[in-house]
Design a protein around this ligand. Structure first.
Ligand SMILES: [Zn+2]
Length: 124
């Protein structure tokens, strides 16, 4: 259900931008989905295709790039990507993410929690 509501927001954003640019057709869209969002790219792609039916994005090629999680440590200032174990792969357990260098829990997520419409290719 989460996937569906996000897809609906993305779809309306795509149509809005396409209309602003007076597109006759949307050729391709590219999304970036962070690993921490818990969104399923296959589901997103499925819902987008459904939502694009009978719109100018009906034929759009949907590309989704998964963004790995990276953090910045507030204690030792380590910056970098981290691997998240499957069991922690869930937002409420975000507190279990710690710095791989000094093990501090005082970290800032730099990427991996985003869901962005990065690019849209249109035909006028
Ligand atoms: Zn650290």
């Amino acid at each position: 259900m989460h996937d569906f509501s996000i897809s609906r927001q993305i779809a309306s954003e795509v149509i809005k931008r396409a209309n602003e640019k007076k597109a006759s057709q949307v050729l391709e869209i590219k999304l970036k989905i962070g690993e921490l969002t818990h969104l399923n790219p296959e589901q997103i792609s499925f819902w987008l295709k459904e939502l694009f039916k009978d719109t100018l994005a009906e034929q759009a090629n949907i590309k989704i790039e998964k963004v790995p999680v990276s953090l910045q440590c507030k204690k030792c200032s380590y910056q970098g990507k981290i691997e998240i174990e499957e069991k922690f792969y869930y937002p409420p357990l975000l507190n279990f993410i710690f710095c791989p260098h000094c093990k501090s829990e005082k970290i800032k997520i730099k990427s991996g929690d985003e869901c962005l419409l990065e690019r849209i290719k249109i035909k006028r």
